[in-house]
Design a protein around this ligand. Structure first.
Ligand SMILES: NC(=O)c1ccc[n+]([C@@H]2O[C@H](COP(=O)([O-])OP(=O)(O)OC[C@H]3O[C@@H](n4cnc5c(N)ncnc54)[C@H](O)[C@@H]3O)[C@@H](O)[C@H]2O)c1
Length: 258
């Protein structure tokens, strides 16, 4: 893996003169992204934690030991100019984790407005596309992209627009993996099942009760997904290309997806 150049973006504390490989995580302020950022820091990455929520990023910075190379950047993944500006500040990335996502309102297809539909597509699909495109323009051989999809990518009752975006994430993952294989860049996806984050707050009580029965111990902790990302980001993991690793206790094996 190439050694990243020194970086000069916003730092959480003292400027970090880090020669660690450079990873950028989107939506890192809370939930799964937060766990991924912490896990990568433990693995020796210099992590650029980004989120559109500045308060959440502050909480992450406060809870991380000062000795670890953590940079924070307030960033909306749908804003291409802002994404490009952050990438330019840090130079060539070794790892991009496209994690930022929104759930969408739970509703029947007939009741989704075009505005709601575009909003979910905007973050989950275009945000991932924009960040990936800007990263790939700057990545060298040995770099990696990991996209957070969802185990509900095949069918997503009550949130069809959300499920559609996650299917698109996996499709684009495979296309990017094929196109960039010869440049030695690995692109994979991780598809979480039910994970215990704020996103679960959008579920009905009935759905939550179902998940409590379906999973061995209810919705899984975010660290479970961070572990899959840490594996795919490792030298061995980067030999995997174009895969979607579903981490869902097998709940998606049949049609019983929810
Ligand atoms: N929690 C689950 O059960 C579950 C299951 C499958 C997939 N996922 C996926 O995992 C990812 C993380 O979800 P989570 O459960 O941690 O959700 P979460 O709502 O707890 O966290 C999402 C984070 O993304 C940030 N974000 C939202 N829009 C953004 C934007 N435009 N630009 C930058 N940041 C933005 C939010 O501020 C938040 O910090 C999402 O892509 C989600 O679709 C979650």
């Amino acid at each position: 893996m190439p050694t990243p150049p020194g970086s000069s973006g916003l730092k959480k504390a003292e400027p970090v003169a880090s020669r660690a490989p450079l990873a950028l995580v989107t939506g890192a302020g809370r939930g799964i992204g937060h766990a991924i950022a912490k896990g990568l820091l433990e693995d020796g990455w210099h992590v650029i934690a980004t989120d559109c929520d500045a308060d959440a990023l502050d909480a992450l910075a406060r809870s991380s030991p000062d000795r670890l190379p953590l940079s924070i950047e307030v960033l909306d993944v749908t804003d291409r100019a802002a994404v490009a500006a952050v990438f330019d500040r840090y130079g060539s990335l070794d790892l991009l984790v496209n994690n930022a996502g929104i759930p969408g309102r739970r509703c029947a297809i007939g009741t989704i407005s075009e505005a709601e539909f575009r909003k979910v597509l905007g973050v989950n699909m275009f945000g991932m596309f924009i960040a990936s495109q800007e990263a790939l323009r700057r990545m060298d051989e040995g770099a990696a992209i990991i996209n957070i999809a969802s185990a509900s990518y095949l069918v997503s009752p009550n949130v069809p627009h959300y499920g559609m975006t996650k299917g698109a994430v996996i499709s684009l993952t495979r296309s990017m993996a094929m196109e960039f294989r010869r440049r030695g860049i690995s692109v994979n996806a991780v598809g979480p099942g039910a994970i215990d984050t704020l996103m679960q707050g959008t579920l009905s009580a009935e759905h939550r009760a179902h998940l409590a029965r379906t999973y061995s111990d209810g919705p899984m902790p975010p660290d479970v997904i961070a572990a899959a990302v840490r594996y795919l980001a490792s030298p061995h993991g980067r030999r995997t290309r174009g895969q979607a690793l579903l981490v869902d206790e097998g709940t998606g094996l049949g049609i019983d997806l929810w």
